[in-house]
Design a protein around this ligand. Structure first.
Ligand code: HEC
Length: 150
């Protein structure tokens, strides 16, 4: 089982001066970014279940989940720090040689989730489904390039 907990001591040791990433061990920074990705997947996955008809469509719930996804979207990127390049993770080394492409893909995902939240709130089911598919394309595109598949 993967270690998931950033040690409490590490968090308590943070002084608030300087970036958090700079004060955590690289392996804890990896846990942070993976956790944020899982949080994104939790919310996006909840919408996906409704798109697939596994759970009944509920526009209000979709808007709620999309809003949370949009808030989480910029968070994982902060955990892709140069110090983590050699830490054990499922991130491919190519991230560091293609950083501009990685960042462009990240920006596209952040923009897509923001759009999804906006469209879901506006309330049109068909438009929401299109925005959802646009969003998961940005997830998959980046994973195909930069995530090691187990
Ligand atoms: C800019 C690239 C990029 C985008 C965009 C992206 N991911 Fe990721 N994702 C990664 C990388 C790289 C990893 C592996 C991270 C690691 O192991 O440290 C990852 C890991 C994950 C994981 C596994 C976390 C774990 O270790 O348990 C999940 C779940 C995930 N992403 C969900 C998503 C979802 C959902 C989206 C779209 C809303 C998304 N990702 C968008 C690059 C991206």
């Amino acid at each position: 089982m993967k270690k998931r907990m950033v040690s409490l001591a590490a968090v308590l040791a943070l002084t608030g001066i300087g970036g958090i990433a700079a004060e955590l061990k690289p392996e804890d920074v990896v846990i942070y970014r993976q956790s944020m990705m899982v949080g994104l997947a939790w919310n996006i996955g909840g919408i996906g279940a409704m798109v697939k008809g596994v759970t009944p469509w509920d526009q209000q719930r979709v808007a709620f989940l999309a809003n949370r996804a949009a808030q989480l979207a910029p968070m994982p990127r902060e955990g892709f720090t140069p110090e983590t390049a050699k830490a054990k993770s499922d991130a491919k080394a190519e991230i560091w040689t293609n950083l501009k492409d990685f960042d462009d893909r990240n920006d596209a995902m952040v923009a897509a989730t923001a759009k999804l939240a906006e469209v879901a709130k506006a309330g049109n089911e068909a438009a929401t489904k299109v925005a959802f598919l646009d969003t998961i394309k940005t997830c998959k595109g980046c994973h195909d390039e930069y995530q090691v598949k187990d």
